[in-house]
Design a protein. Structure first.
Length: 170
């Protein structure tokens, strides 16, 4: 009897075992990919910037409406298209309270108020608001990073790097 090597029963069993091993490895790799994607999605931050005012109160707010912590790497605040370091560089603002927004960890569903004012000088804040731009760069715990502004449409970036001369320090 002239059997070729691939027609022998032990070779058929061996090739079947090899095929099953390859399929199992592919399923395992795909499962790990899905698990990693799920893990990233479960800690995805979503930072949004907003302005709020009513009566005698004005404030900017930064909130994390995502599932995971946002590692805020830097903030750039511009007044009349010029980067500023502190709120005191905006003229005619006074008696405000402030919170640090650069290099901060913002937990999910939490809010930071970079500047808050209550008083009779609300018009100065509303006027200044027309000339203020805020940009934040933040990352997830998996080093996936986004750049957002008051438009609140995050842009994916490779990393958060800022020219120190433009970085907001408060």
């Amino acid at each position: 009897m002239n059997n070729n090597w691939y027609q022998k029963p032990e070779m058929i069993v061996a090739l079947s075992a090899l095929l099953i091993s390859i399929v199992t490895a592919i399923v395992g790799i795909y499962s790990a990919y899905i698990d990693r994607s799920y893990a990233r999605a479960s800690v995805w931050p979503r930072v949004e910037i907003y302005r709020s005012f009513s009566g005698d109160k004005f404030e900017y707010g930064v909130t994390n409406s995502g599932n995971g912590p946002a590692l805020i790497k830097y903030a750039v605040v511009e007044y009349n298209s010029k980067a500023i370091k502190t709120w005191s560089e905006v003229p005619k603002l006074g008696n405000y309270s402030q919170s640090h927004i650069s290099t901060k960890i913002l937990s999910p569903q939490n809010i930071i108020n970079p500047i808050s004012y209550r008083g009779e000088n609300i018009e100065a804040y509303l006027t200044a608001d027309k000339s203020i731009d805020i940009e934040l760069c933040y990352c997830s715990i998996y080093d996936e990073c986004w750049l957002t502004s008051r438009v609140n449409e995050p842009i994916v970036v490779d990393s958060c790097v800022v020219d120190e001369s433009k970085a907001f320090t408060q």
